[in-house]
Design a protein around this ligand. Structure first.
Ligand code: SF4
Length: 236
C-alpha cells in the first residue's frame, strides 16, 4: 500500500483547537480543488506545491510509520494528516491505515493524542471511525468550490459527536461570512467552528466584529500561528 507524500516533518499545530500542540505533519500530495481561483483572483491555497499527485513521492505505509516514529520517538506528539487532500483517491487507504495503526498502539500503551487529526477539504466523505479526528473545511462562495462540498458530511459529524472535531470556514468577504451563518443554521451545526480570514482580502479585526454580532455556537477566530512565527515558509 502506497501513498503520495509531499513531506513529513515536526512542528506545532498552527491553527484550530489544537493550536500550539507539538505535531508531526504528514502532507499528502494531490487535491482536485483549486480554492480561490477565479478569472480575476489568484489561487489562495497555502500548499500549491502539493496539489498535483506527482508533487509527492510514493511511500509505503511502513515507510511513513517509520518516519513518523523517527520524529516522535516517545509517541507524545499529535499526528496530523494533511495535504493536498489526505482522503482523495489512493491517499484515503493509506491515511486510514496510518490512523488505525497509531490509534491502536497509543490506546493500548496509554499515550496522548491517540487519534490522528485529518485536515480534509469537505469534498471527500468523512467517516464515523473513532481513529480519526476531523478538521473539515466548508468551502464558501469566494473559494469557487462550494458546489464540490459533500453535505452528507454534516450528518456524519453530528453522529460522530466528537468534541475534538471542527469545521473551518475560510472567509474572503462579507458574502462568505453571511453564507457561513446560513450553513450553520441550515445544517444545525454543533461542532467546533473555526473562522479564518483570507490573507490580504479581509481584515481579521473586521471578521472579529462580524463574529461578535452573530456569535454562532462554539465558534472562534483561528489565525495561523506558524505564519506569525516563521512567515510563509514551508515545512514549519
Ligand atoms: S482544498 Fe486545500 S489543498 Fe486543495 S486547493 Fe483548497 S486550500 Fe489547497
Amino acid at each position: 500500500m502506497y501513498g503520495k507524500i509531499h513531506e513529513i516533518y515536526s512542528s506545532i499545530s498552527g491553527e484550530g483547537i489544537s493550536q500550539g500542540i507539538p505535531t508531526v505533519f504528514v502532507r499528502f500530495a494531490g487535491c482536485s480543488l483549486r480554492c480561490g481561483k477565479t478569472d480575476t483572483k489568484q489561487l489562495w491555497c497555502d500548499t500549491p506545491y502539493a496539489l498535483g499527485p506527482n508533487q509527492g513521492e510514493s511511500k509505503s505505509f511502513e515507510a511513513i510509520i517509520k518516519e513518523i516514529e523517527g520524529l516522535d520517538k516517545d509517541h507524545g506528539f499529535q499526528i496530523l494528516l494533511t495535504g493536498g487532500e489526505p482522503l482523495e483517491g489512493k491517499n484515503r487507504e493509506v491515511s486510514t491505515s496510518i490512523a488505525q495503526h497509531i490509534f491502536t498502539y497509543r490506546t493500548r500503551e496509554g499515550k496522548p493524542y491517540p487519534a490522528p487529526r485529518v485536515e480534509t477539504n469537505g469534498s471527500e466523505k468523512i467517516t464515523l471511525d473513532s481513529f480519526f479526528i476531523f478538521t473539515m473545511d466548508y468551502k464558501l462562495p469566494g473559494s469557487g468550490m462550494e458546489n464540490r462540498m459533500d453535505l452528507e458530511n454534516f450528518q456524519i459529524l453530528e453522529k460522530r459527536h466528537n468534541s475534538l472535531d471542527e469545521i473551518k470556514f475560510v472567509v474572503r468577504d462579507r458574502i462568505d461570512f453571511e453564507r457561513s451563518i446560513e450553513v450553520i443554521r441550515e445544517q444545525k451545526i454543533q461542532t467546533n467552528i473555526l473562522y479564518s480570514p483570507v490573507h490580504g482580502e479581509v481584515d481579521a479585526k473586521e471578521l472579529v466584529e462580524w463574529i461578535k454580532i452573530d456569535n454562532p455556537p462554539k465558534c472562534r477566530l483561528s489565525l495561523q500561528i506558524h505564519k506569525v512565527l516563521w512567515g510563509n515558509q514551508k515545512g514549519v
